[in-house]
Design a protein around this ligand. Structure first.
Ligand code: TNX
Length: 536
């Protein structure tokens, strides 16, 4: 009897009692530019309410429908032409930037407005993040007017899929996570010493063989190996599928082919492209390899043109990343072909740039010409400054902000990704015992990231600051082999980075950010994402 009674009251609680009304809260992450809320009045959202949308915006409407369902269980209805629908995603004319949007909540419901679909997508994300999470049958939305647009046009995240291979399904989740945080550039590190992961059809042996290493060092290069063969690469069809998936979420994919260093994966398959002729095993430990592409062999440029030609076919990105980092010149200094090329080009030691650095600049210029013929801009790590650089190249500053400052002064466009603020392969908590083992070294806590100011006003004039496209967080994966670990490294630090990317300095306040974070973490929970629960 008692048991029956208990079951009865439980079912009452679960199914029969009216559900609590839940209230929206527009103070989300990243914080919108301008939010004016009248808490005394609310509009109530109920199931079966319609979502109207301008022609061509069905996808944005569907995303919103899906997110409301995911957060609250409320099923909204798509009602394209219903001008009285309670939610309206409307394109308007005007000259506001593509990503700018407004949201108005009032008596007649919720109006989302932008000049482009991308703006409506951002608006829908904001509305989504404002909703309470948990099953309910109605939500109270306080009257509000929100005006928002990002501070930086470039808001990037790098994932290294060369040191470890991550499945396409994981990359799609990552793109979802980026979109949730308002990021719009996915920098995909596809090739490195430890594996070549991009299919090149004209070179059919490259990816199948260049992607496989015999084993992997355990821990920080202590000389102990796991004895497990490791590999994996992305077919062009998979890459195109990801490009499409990203574009639906208003994200551009920037592929990186790291050259002329970090090339041992390719050298394994084409030892003729190295200065010594090899053999070159796909590298089984981390760190920087002395084995790089030969700078004097004409086949090197043929190889790069073949590879980059297919990269351009697969990826519509306006930017192509060519790496350029950590290219030791030991081999080039002793290589007859490299030295002959230096002679041929008439390169002199000019006191500032070594001949070998200038040889790398020559390769960069050839590659830049090739890319610009295809309408693409070259991005390279800050080392590409070393031998002189042509004006159209974009510099990604990773060894602190020094390279970025110098590049901006020279008039180059710059992406700021300084290791001490933006390298989320490093630990996020002071107590290393509380988190999975990572690359170690310095700590990149959420508050450290949050404190980053990408325009470096102490060093750059306002004119020079205009060259800074935006900041980027980098997730290198020497020590990160599984998606769960990758998301733990990413979250919630990407949330901190998202306010660096999106918000104006006067809006930023770390304590306030921390107070807003738990509601974003509820969305992580809904999406089944692992994340670090402590925030320092
Ligand atoms: C430096 S950032 C690298 C990467 C490593 C990373 C580890 C850059 C251009 N080169 O190859 O994975 O440090 O933090």
């Amino acid at each position: 009897m008692k048991r029956l009674f208990l079951i009865f009251s439980l079912s009452q609680l679960l199914f029969l009692s009216p559900m609590q009304a839940q209230r929206a809260d527009y103070r989300i992450v990243p914080l919108p530019m301008n939010v004016e809320t009248d808490s005394a009045h609310t509009f109530t959202l109920r199931p079966e309410v319609g979502i109207a949308y301008s022609e061509g915006c069905e996808r944005e409407a569907r995303f919103l429908q899906e997110w409301v369902k995911q957060a609250t269980g409320i099923q909204l209805r798509l009602a394209p032409n219903d001008s009285r629908a309670a939610i309206r995603l409307m394109l308007k004319t005007g000259d506001t930037p593509a990503e700018a949007y407004s949201i108005s909540v009032g008596k007649k419901g919720v109006e989302l407005e932008a000049t482009e679909r991308v703006g409506l997508f951002r608006a829908a994300q904001t509305l989504r993040k404002s909703l309470p999470c948990g099953p309910t049958d109605h939500i109270d939305l306080p009257y509000t007017h929100i005006d928002d647009q990002p501070r930086f046009a470039y808001r990037g995240v790098l994932l290294d899929c060369a040191r470890h291979y991550f499945p396409v399904s994981m990359i799609k989740r990552m793109l979802d996570v980026m979109a949730l945080h308002g990021c719009n550039q996915f920098h995909w590190h596809l090739t490195d010493d430890q594996g070549w992961r991009f299919e090149v059809k004209a070179l059919p042996r490259l990816a199948p063989y260049g992607s496989v290493r015999e084993q992997t060092v355990i821990g920080p290069n202590a000389g102990i190996y796991d004895g497990q063969r490791y590999g994996g690469y992305y077919t062009q069809e998979e890459c195109r599928d990801l490009v499409r998936y990203a574009a639906e979420r208003h994200i551009n994919i920037i592929p990186e082919i790291d050259l002329p260093g970090h090339m041992q994966g390719a050298l394994h398959v084409f030892p003729n492209l190295g200065c010594t002729g090899g053999p070159y095993p796909v590298r089984t430990m981390w760190g920087v390899s002395r084995e790089v592409l030969c700078g004097g062999n004409p086949e090197t440029l043929d190889f790069l043109r073949t590879v980059l030609g297919e990269v351009c076919d697969v990826f519509p990105s306006p930017y192509i990343h060519i790496g350029g980092d950590e290219c030791p010149k030991d081999r080039w200094r002793k290589c007859p072909k490299c030295q002959a090329k230096i002679q041929e080009l008439g390169i002199q030691d000019d006191g500032r740039h070594s001949p070998e650095d200038q040889l790398q600049s020559y390769i960069n210029r050839e590659v830049e010409d090739f890319l610009s013929e295809r309408g693409r801009s070259l991005i390279g790590w800050d080392e590409i400054l070393a031998g002189g650089l042509s004006g159209n190249s974009i510099v990604m500053s990773w060894r602190g902000t020094k390279g970025g400052i110098e590049a901006a002064r020279q008039g180059h466009r710059v992406i700021m990704s300084p290791n001490v603020f933006a390298y989320i392969d490093h630990p996020q908590l002071k107590d290393v015992a509380k988190q999975p083992r990572t690359i170690g070294g310095y700590i990149v806590s959420a508050s450290k990231i949050y404190s980053f100011e990408p325009l470096i006003p102490d060093s750059l004039s306002q004119e020079e600051q205009r060259h800074i496209l935006g900041p980027q967080a980098n997730l290198w994966t020497e020590y990160i082999a599984y998606p769960e670990h990758a998301f733990y490294q990413l979250l919630p630090r990407l949330a901190a980075m998202s306010e660096v990317q999106w918000c104006r300095p006067e809006q930023k306040d770390f304590d306030d950010f921390k107070a807003r974070l738990p509601r974003l973490e509820k969305v992580y929970d809904l999406m089944g994402l692992p994340y670090c629960h402590a925030v320092e």
